[in-house]
Design a protein around this ligand. Structure first.
Ligand SMILES: [Zn+2]
Length: 99
């Protein structure tokens, strides 16, 4: 059984901060009340799907990033190094790049 909360530790921006004052305001696993698209793979997040929602302040503006269930699972595997060769989160980003 996977605990999706573990995905919250995955650094979405790999420490790539723009300006001082940029900060994370919220980071949680939520259940979708409507459909969204995934920040990582650009795939759909279904209504009722548990996914990660992160809110960041960049340059004074609020941005919300949502990551689908499959990407959360890949994040957990990435954090735990639970893979053989390729980091599974890279494959999720590759899907997003194709869109
Ligand atoms: Zn995704």
């Amino acid at each position: 059984m996977i605990d999706l909360d573990d995905a919250l530790d995955f650094d979405l921006f790999q420490g790539d901060f723009g300006e001082p004052g940029d900060s994370e305001l919220s980071n949680s696993i939520v259940k979708g009340r409507k459909e969204h698209s995934c920040f990582i793979c650009s795939g759909g997040i279904l209504k009722g799907e548990n996914h990660r929602r992160a809110v960041w302040k960049f340059s004074g503006e609020l941005h919300t990033y949502r990551c689908c269930n499959a990407c959360c699972v890949a994040m957990i595997a990435s954090i735990n190094c639970d893979y053989d060769d390729d980091d599974p989160i890279d494959a999720r980003y590759a899907i997003g790049d194709q869109h």
